[in-house]
Design a protein around this ligand. Sequence first.
Ligand code: ADP
Ligand code: ASP
Ligand code: MG
Length: 458
Amino acid sequence: MIVMKFGGTSVESAAAIERVAGIVKSRLKRQPVVVVSAMGKTTNLLLTIAEKAYTGDRDEAARLLEELASYTLQEARPVCDEADWAEVSGFIEAHFQELSAFLDELVGIGEFPPQYVDLISSYGERLSSRIVAAAFRHFGMDGVHVDSREVIVTDRRHTQAAPLYSRTYAKLEERVRPLAEAGRAVVMGGFIASTQDGFTTTLGRGGSDFSASIVGAGIGAEEIQIWTDVDGMLTCDPRILPGGHRVKIISFGEAAELAYFGAKVLHPATVVPAVEKDIPVLILNSRNPENEGTRIVAESVPCANAVKSIACKRNIVVVNVQSLRMLMAHGFLKRIFDVFDRFQTPVDMVSTSEVSVSLTIDNTAHLDEICAELRKIAEVSVDSSQSLICLVGDNIRETPGLAARVFGSLRAINVRMITQGASLLNLSVVVMDADLKAAVEALHAEFFTTLDEKVFEA
Ligand code: ADP
Ligand code: ASP
Ligand code: MG
């Protein structure tokens, strides 16, 4: 058994869904369970529509919802059998009517509580998974839909829910595994789940990769395939710098670090269930299915290059905390971290001197409250529009002179902060957003001019 996850662009149109059907059909012998994202930009659109509704622009919300409904119907029609169409189109229309009723409720309450965020954004995957299951029947497979909310059980942290693994695995084993073993082409929506009391939750943005990995671990898959719109993990983010090289093989630890520090191609939590059950994860391109992609494996990957890839996060904020009281005092860092913890704001990078600490965050929802709290114990300043650049590779810990190469290549750029991650396989720097592209270009030229061909595609 294998899990095959297809992201938004891979199911964005009738033609894309047909390509997916072809890819799955040619791998039926491996008993695939398919996990799909919402079609194209559906999740973003649903959230925009909801925002329009709760900020009072009900007409614009209605117009955008209408557009999304016709796009969904239009792309679904060519991939459904005549016999299936009444049911599928009825399902799509009924779901858009439900959505419209929820939007009316939002207009009334004037806010967007996280339970509603989950409920509304869940429609993308609920629709796409039904449509893809029908499409599989249309293209000659025995497509069957399983509602992920009936098998993936999470806690109640809406918009960022965590799976309750043993319950989820038991349900997957009971409901999904037998279908795959019987040769049915199972299709499930990624991203969505529910609490034990049946309330819809989601696993966080980009969470369909995580769903795929949970499903893979639960059914005991031999491989988890993440099908997307690039040839695999590249040596740099193609949205910042095109022309990166494909990384053929990488370890779970390295991939997790890259994902966490901005390589959107993989959701950072994806590796957790895969590591636990030692299931390899592959990143593959649905527009170029012959390419062998990136293989993510448990063991570390020997490599002549010090760095495997460069990830970046734009638009982060550096919070500088300074206090003479810190001099020789203990417990100061704890008080600082307690503040971030109370406001549930993860800190990515920290550097300290005797009297100051700089920390980076990318979730700024509670920045004002955090600063107000910190000002009770120290002087605080904030630098916004910063970027974090993270070099990742197992060899970083053993490569002498690496920091000198980093600084040498960034000599024309003002580096705000630098840390070697506690995991020892990352080295990160902070620069201004405006310098990001030039910095990545310089680092990429420094570390990827000669390539170990066992690990990289030249
Ligand atoms: P999907 O909809 O299939 O989940 P995503 O948009 O979430 O796709 O992830 C794929 C995108 O990740 C790529 O199109 C690319 O722009 C971006 N990306 C960022 N960093 C990297 C990287 N190091 N290697 C490959 N892709 C990357
Ligand atoms: N559709 C969800 C999102 O856009 C989940 C995913 O695509 O992985 O965040
Ligand atoms: Mg994604």
